[in-house]
Structure formats: structure tokens, C-alpha cells
Design a protein around this ligand. Structure first.
Ligand code: PNS
Length: 163
């Protein structure tokens, strides 16, 4: 069965991401979650190690998932980790605009296809950007993020950033 690569910033991982991983497991049986650098998003909240730790802690007990980090291109991460396809979740039409272009670039340059899954409508409003913004003001986000992330956000507290 093909292996799917799920690349993202995961800053931090949230329930919408877990839904995409679950859908990837249903379709492919094996998903490599890869924390990447997004040059369009230089000012996140969490460093790479923190993001990785939150992903690992959120996926404890899940079968068929591997957690990795990669500093370069998603197509090179696919080769590095033996993935056959990239999987992405689509929440909105604007997600599609961005993702369609990336998928065509990734296929043309790297020969890697992208499979899109529709985000669960109950979760499709969640974004890491708003999680970070609201958490910075000390609000509880435990209904939108996995338990380990909620705990980490609570530690962060109002006005504090992780290195
Ligand atoms: O969670 P995000 O920030 O929406 O994820 C975007 C990400 C990291 C998957 C995307 O920026 C990416 O693939 N970056 C790696 C660099 C790369 O492959 N660039 C070429 C894109 S065509």
C-alpha cells in the first residue's frame, strides 16, 4: 500500500490536522507526518522541537504514523521518508487555490502526486494561526487541540512565546 506524506508547519498541531492524519490512515494505512519550514510563515509560536514533541504526544497509541522533520522541499522529504504521495486537507476554497498550485509544482518538479481530503466540516474553521493568537491572550483552547497541545498552550500563558 502507498505511504502518504503529510507535510505542514504544525505550529501547533490541532484537531483538524488529526482528522487529516486519520483520513490518510484510512486511505493509505501509513502516514509520515513531517514538520516543515514554511517560508511564508516566519513568525510562529513554537520552535521545531516543541512542535515535534506536541505531535508525538498527540499521536501516542496511533498505529501507522511516523513523525519526522525536514528542512527542505516536500518532494525531497517524500523521497527521504519513502512516501509515494502527499496528502493535504482542504478547509476552504482559498486552501484549494494555494494547494492546487503547490500540488502541480510538486508533481511537475518532483513527480509526486498530492491527494486532497475534505476537512471535517466540524473542524474546518480551526487554524494554527488563530490558535496561537487566542492562546497568547490566555484563553482555553482545549476543544480545538489535542490534550498535550492544550497543556503546552496553557504553560505558554498570556504574552509569552516559545523559543
Ligand atoms: O501548515 P502549512 O504552513 O500550511 O504547510 C505548508 C507547507 C510547509 C506544507 C509548505 O509550505 C511546504 O511544503 N513547504 C516545504 C517547502 C516546499 O516544498 N516548497 C515548495 C512548494 S511548491
Amino acid at each position: 500500500m502507498p505511504v502518504a506524506l503529510y507535510p505542514g508547519s504544525f505550529d501547533p498541531i490541532h484537531l483538524g490536522h488529526l482528522d487529516v492524519i486519520e483520513q490518510g490512515l484510512e486511505l493509505f494505512g501509513s502516514v509520515v507526518v513531517v514538520t516543515m519550514h514554511n517560508p511564508g510563515k516566519p513568525s510562529g509560536a513554537f520552535g521545531l522541537d516543541d512542535r515535534q514533541a506536541m505531535i508525538r504526544d498527540s499521536l501516542v497509541g496511533w498505529q501507522g504514523v511516523r513523525v519526522e522533520a525536514f528542512p527542505g522541499l516536500a518532494i525531497d522529504a517524500a523521497a527521504e521518508f519513502g512516501a509515494d504521495v502527499i496528502i493535504k486537507g482542504l478547509r476552504t476554497a482559498s486552501d484549494f487555490d494555494v494547494e492546487q498550485q503547490m500540488s502541480l509544482m510538486n508533481h511537475t518538479v518532483g513527480g509526486v502526486r498530492t491527494v486532497f481530503v475534505a476537512a471535517n466540516p466540524a473542524l474546518s474553521f480551526i487554524s494554527s494561526r488563530y490558535i496561537r493568537e487566542i492562546a497568547a491572550h490566555g484563553r482555553d483552547l482545549s476543544s480545538l487541540v489535542p490534550g498535550p497541545v492544550a497543556a503546552r498552550l496553557a504553560q505558554l500563558g498570556p504574552g509569552r512565546r516559545s523559543s
